[in-house]
Design a protein around this ligand. Structure first.
Ligand SMILES: *Cc1c(COP(=O)(O)O)cnc(C)c1O
Length: 378
């Protein structure tokens, strides 16, 4: 069976964990490897501050606390996303206002946001689906106009850029006030479970560190900025152990090699499926001009659910695991009676028709060729 995903070990993961365990004398968080990773992110992507977390879910929960989301506040986000995007804000009492996706890709329809803004709106949470950039220029302009916060769910978007109309390029996750990344084993760069909160608005820097360290100013104490530390704010234990950070550091050292291979696989899929897709009314991933491609995912959007069911079955019969993705959150058991009843046509379409193909570092050219032949010759 060709699995949908296979975690890739780049080589030094176990060496660095061994170093963390045997040599550093520090297994809890915020040590050598945490610092190496955080500095890497700040330098490579231009984040003002980076804090490793135990998951992207945690990073989103931190962001919701930092954004001071309270009972009754409204937060706008796509319905076609993972539950963690919305749960983080639901936990703080927010009402989620779901927006539809674009017709040309599953990201939030930027032009549908403004009409959803009310006096209660506090934040917009764009999700860079498949790593593809939402139009951050439109979204930041709206945020400025209505004085809203932007929290990027960049779980899938590591190592991708957005280009503004004046030609300025910025890394995804470096544009919103806050951004959350995931290193779950299904993402491009992994640590099993793991995440990152990127802080781009310096107003949040000090408080972020405190929330991260259980509501204490422990980090300031260790830097010698205060002579004792104590409980100064609400918080939780959001930081991962050094063993997780050590694993992540080995991955980050190999990010260019990992990305190069994933992009090659992605391009091979596109080349071999282009003509078939056109003939069969199937949509391939669309990458707008203002986004780069980090090859997080290769998906197909079938013309209807029946075509998708048949395709998934045919691949399964040929020992290939292809999987569909999110079920519309506005129709979920938890949220359907809280949703305001608007139809979200594109969201439902992706929910019914999108299928993801295997994409991982060790997938060979021959395997990609076999998978595309099963699809094309079906
Ligand atoms: C993977 C993912 C998450 C959750 O990440 P975890 O690290 O597993 O908590 C959140 N949002 C999106 C869009 C994701 O793809």
């Amino acid at each position: 069976m060709i699995p949908f995903n296979k975690p890739y070990l780049s080589g030094k993961e176990l060496d660095y964990i061994q170093d963390a365990v045997l040599n550093q004398g520090k297994l809890s968080g915020n040590g050598k490897y945490t610092n190496l990773c955080q500095n890497f992110f700040n330098t490579r992507y231009g984040f003002k501050k980076s804090l490793l977390t135990t998951s992207c879910t945690d990073a989103l929960e931190m962001a919701a606390i930092l954004a001071d989301i309270k009972e009754g506040d409204e937060v706008i986000m796509p319905s076609y996303t993972f539950v963690s995007t919305s749960n983080a804000f639901v936990l703080r009492g927010a009402k989620i206002v779901f927006a539809d996706s674009r017709a040309d890709h599953p990201g939030i329809d930027e032009d549908a946001i403004e009409s959803l803004i009310t006096a209660k709106t506090k934040a917009i949470v764009p999700v860079h689906y498949a790593g593809v950039a939402c139009d951050m220029e439109k979204i930041m302009n709206l945020a400025n106009k209505y004085n809203l916060l932007v929290i990027e769910d960049a779980a899938q978007a590591l190592d991708n850029d957005f280009t503004f109309s004046d030609g300025t390029k910025k890394a995804l996750g470096a544009i919103g006030h806050l951004a959350a990344f995931s290193f779950h084993e299904t993402k491009n760069i992994i640590s099993g479970e793991g995440g990152l909160l990127a802080i781009n608005d310096e107003r949040f820097s000090r408080r972020a560190e405190i929330i991260w360290e259980k509501g204490t100013n422990r980090s300031e104490f260790f830097r010698g900025e205060v002579d004792k530390y104590g409980w100064v704010d609400m918080g939780s234990s959001f930081l991962p152990s050094e063993m997780i950070a050590a694993f992540l550091w080995a991955q980050l050292e190999n990010i260019d090699r990992i990305q190069e291979r994933r992009i090659a696989i992605w391009n091979q899929y596109e080349t071999q499926l282009k003509d078939w897709a056109l003939k069969n009314d199937v949509m391939l991933p669309f990458i707008p001009e203002n986004s780069t491609n980090n090859a997080h995912m290769f998906y197909l959007v079938c013309k209807d659910v029946e075509q998708r069911t048949n395709l998934i079955q045919r691949l399964k019969d040929n020992k290939v695991s292809a999987v569909f993705h999110y079920l519309s959150l506005h129709k979920s058991a938890f949220y359907q009676d809280k949703h305001d009843g608007r139809q979200l046509k594109q969201t439902d379409r992706y929910s019914e028709c999108l299928v993801r193909l295997p994409l991982y570092f060790e997938l060979s050219n021959e395997q990609v060729k076999m998978i595309t032949e099963v699809i094309v010759n079906g």
